[in-house]
Design a protein around this ligand. Structure first.
Ligand SMILES: C[S@@+](CC[C@H](N)C(=O)[O-])C[C@H]1O[C@@H](n2cnc3c(N)ncnc32)[C@H](O)[C@@H]1O
Length: 249
């Protein structure tokens, strides 16, 4: 049997890093393929599973290989307090594109137009997973599978379809673009097949995205305030959609 550190070094370049117990727990829950998982303290990791994730305890028991702390620390950019790390196979782009385009759609697709901040993108993936959104699409240069985004997403990239696309390639569906100058969201019902688009932290919605938009929608905000944070805006819009009766169960 290949030792886990050698297996890790062989696979690391082509896989997604799951940093910490909670990222691994979420990825397993949502069906990620995990070829290698290591911990510096197997007993502590399994005790966490007993406490917080009995549903994936057996999978963790089968997967987790104990390695010396220094070996674990050499595999990750920064050791995690749980001393757990794993590598997961990134879902095929074709499968994600099929999921994003599938109609009828029962939950919106979140579109981040030219986002800049990796932490915001991770927080949005986590929100999309929590609300059962169909997926998260980014436009522009940010890689939504960047390790920092995956860390911010807490392993929940496997619970929704995450891909980068051009504005001209967006999936079908009515596009509701969020902008402080739009129509008050409180008077609208967001349909399940909506694309909910949000602009970049620096400059808001791009001209290309605005041209594709069917509706401009505003979140309630006092006049002296310029805008909300990107991930916060996504949270409010998804909450508004869910309050109309959409997922979660
Ligand atoms: C930090 S804001 C962008 C601020 C940017 N300086 C601008 O010129 O718009 C990021 C995105 O969050 C959404 N957003 C923020 N506040 C909003 C509001 N009150 N109503 C609707 N969308 C909002 C928009 O999609 C916006 O493009």
């Amino acid at each position: 049997m290949t030792d886990p550190v050698t297996a890790w070094r062989r696979l690391a370049g082509g896989c997604v890093l799951l940093d910490g117990f909670h990222a691994l727990k979420h990825a397993l829950r949502f069906g990620a393929e995990v070829p290698v998982a290591v911990t510096a303290d197997r007993a502590a990791a399994l005790a966490l599973a007993d406490d917080l994730a009995p549903d994936v305890r057996a999978a963790l028991d089968a997967l987790l290989a104990e390695v010396p702390y220094d070996a674990y620390a050499s595999l990750v950019p920064r050791p995690h307090p749980t001393a757990v790390a794993a590598l997961a196979v990134r879902p095929a782009r074709e499968a994600n594109l099929r999921a994003l385009a599938r109609m009828p759609r029962t939950a919106p697709v979140v579109v981040l137009d030219q986002p800049r901040n990796l932490g915001n993108a991770g927080a949005v993936v986590r929100l999309a997973a929590g609300f059962g959104a169909t997926g998260v699409v980014t436009t522009g240069p940010l890689d939504p599978w960047h390790p920092t985004v995956v860390r911010g997403g807490a392993g929940l990239h496997f619970a929704t379809a995450v891909e980068r696309l051009e504005v001209g390639e967006l999936p079908p569906g009515p596009l509701f673009a969020l902008d402080p100058e739009g129509e008050d969201i409180r008077g609208l019902k967001l349909p399940d097949d909506a694309l909910l688009a949000f602009g970049s932290e620096r400059s808001g919605l791009s001209a290309a995205l605005r041209a594709r938009a069917d509706h401009l929608v505003a979140l309630p905000m006092r006049p002296q305030v310029s805008s909300y944070n990107l991930a916060t805006s996504v949270a409010m819009a998804l909450f508004h959609w869910s309050a109309g009766g959409g997922a979660p169960v």
